[in-house]
Design a binder for this molecule. Structure first.
Ligand SMILES: [Zn+2]
Length: 419
């Protein structure tokens, strides 16, 4: 069998594995929150709060979609014309066109061009956040964050580009197999190291100070049977007023992180409710699920790129002989960008299911639907979330159930348990 034949077989195997993983690990069998409960919850929210949130989201929307559109157009413009290949050559020229310069510097230059052209939209977004009082950052802090994120992307990107094109040179016929394994490995590695190496670049993390709340949260985790190394507080207030909490890392790097803004804005019972949700993610191994499906998806992506990349018309458009040469990186980027946009609704759907399960966990663990609902109101109020966003936007990009869905879930729980 030819490498191409093996690639088709591998593609079939990975597709089945991904579908099985998604079918088994994602909680599909939870009844949705009743629409009548959702509408009742919406009526209970202050009309002024809903109007302000909708005005804010409406102000963000044009820039958000324009950034997606421009990002796509730029990716297609550099990927499906010889333009991107020429940029790669140009950047590597001072280095005699050496393949390492083409692969690393050329690849990073292409990524930078795409980033810079969508930068005006990011800046515009920041002006909206400031106008609505959600951002606490001046342009200095905003720029520093931007440069930090470019630096992090450049380091990870350079390593990935160098690794990928080294494999391509060492195994010209089988690079896709090593590339798929490498991409999957990289996803797993990043799950371990991002919380430890990258998150501290953006925020300072301190263990939650000793006191009744920390004791309560530690007892909650123990009661839940969830091994959590630490509850950390992030100094999010230096860039935002928004409140949040999350769980990240795997095994020894797993931690629950609470924004300092949350501690400032919410009551201790509400913080407990949020942490109970995060414990749900830990208990149900959601980070593992995300890592496993991410790794399978990345491997699948490499094989698809290899198969698509041998299509003559695409190569002719990009003016390259093979998808495996560094000059074809812009074509790879275009395909990845399209894949990201096309799969976004599926990723959002999976995320919402997982988040709804963590909500159910929080309700069961605390047995306190009233506080859970109060917390959802507060989250929506402080974060200026549209409690019941437009359907199409929800389906395309919502990573969490809407505020009214979460309030309705709390009400259903209260009815079922008589609390
Ligand atoms: Zn969550």
């Amino acid at each position: 069998m030819t490498p191409r034949g093996w690639a088709v077989l591998t593609l079939a195997g990975l597709t089945v594995a991904l579908l099985v993983a998604v079918a088994l690990l994602v909680p599909w069998h939870r009844p949705p929150a009743l629409r009548a409960d959702q509408l009742a919850a919406l009526r209970d929210l202050p009309a002024e709060q809903v109007a302000r949130a909708r005005a804010f989201r409406g102000a963000l929307r044009p820039g958000g979609w324009a950034a997606l559109a421009v990002g796509l157009l730029v990716a297609l413009a550099v990927g499906l014309t010889p333009l991107g290949g020429r940029l790669v050559e140009l950047v590597a020229r001072p280095f005699g066109g050496h393949w390492v310069a083409q692969a690393v510097l050329g690849g990073l230059a292409v990524l930078l061009v795409a980033d810079l052209l969508t930068l005006p939209f990011a800046a515009w977004r920041q002006t909206v956040l400031t106008r609505y009082g959600l951002s606490t950052q001046g342009w200095g802090g905003w720029t520093a964050d931007l440069l930090r994120s470019y630096a992090v992307s450049a380091v990870i990107g350079a390593l990935a580009l160098l690794g990928f094109y080294t494999v391509v040179r060492l195994a010209p016929r089988w690079w896709w197999a090593f590339g798929a394994a490498g991409a999957a490995g990289l996803v797993v590695l990043l799950s371990f190291v991002l919380p430890v190496l990258v998150e501290p670049v953006f925020n300072r993390f301190t263990p939650m100070e000793q006191g009744p709340l920390r004791t309560e949260l530690t007892a909650l985790a123990a009661r839940d049977g969830v091994p959590v190394r630490d509850v950390l507080v992030a100094d999010a207030s230096r860039r935002t007023r928004a409140v949040n909490a999350y769980v990240s890392g795997l095994g020894p790097t797993r931690r629950v992180v609470v924004y300092d803004t949350l501690l400032r804005e919410a009551t201790p019972a509400e913080v407990t409710s949020v942490v109970a949700h995060e414990l749900g993610h830990a208990k149900d191994r959601d980070v593992w699920t995300g890592t496993l499906t991410g790794a399978l998806g990345a491997a699948l992506g490499v094989v698809v790129l290899y198969l698509l990349g041998s299509a003559g018309p695409l190569l002719r458009l990009a003016g390259v002989d093979s998808i495996a040469e560094p000059r074809a990186f812009p074509l790879l980027l275009a395909l990845v960008t399209v894949a990201g946009l096309v799969t976004a609704p599926a990723q959002a759907l999976v995320s919402r299911r997982v988040e709804a399960r963590a909500d159910a966990h929080a309700l069961a663990l605390t047995g306190d639907p009233a506080t859970f609902e109060a917390m959802q109101r507060r989250l929506a109020g402080v974060n200026l979330a549209d409690p019941d966003p437009p359907r199409w936007e929800y389906l395309y990009s919502a990573s969490h159930p809407s505020t009214v869905e979460r309030m309705a879930a709390a009400r259903a729980y209260a009815r079922e348990t008589g609390r």
